[in-house]
Design a protein around this ligand. Sequence first.
Ligand SMILES: [Ca+2]
Ligand SMILES: [Ca+2]
Length: 111
Amino acid sequence: MTKLTDDTAVDVYYGVGDGTFEAPIVIPVLPKMRDIAVADLDGDGAPDIAALAVAGTMILYARGRTFVADGVYRSGRGVTEIVAGDVDGDGRQDIVSSAFNALAVLLNQCP
Ligand SMILES: [Ca+2]
Ligand SMILES: [Ca+2]
């Protein structure tokens, strides 16, 4: 489970299994973050994070109980929201973000 703390970090709360959560893991992201999407982007079964910020979309892959950044992709001016879904029907989760007057589509190329 994730929650935006401010515009520079994402908090991840792992569930204990009884309706409560462990202390959050704080993950620094690009400044002026606007939205996040959670999906398994590399197909390993663990949910990853795509964080949309003014400077672009930052991909963070889950590795155990931490997240590893793997690049920033341009997303357009005036970004607002981001979602994950299989846009091209190949079985891999893609990313779509909205900006002032455009959509950015990141087609997942993970093998
Ligand atoms: Ca994953
Ligand atoms: Ca896809």
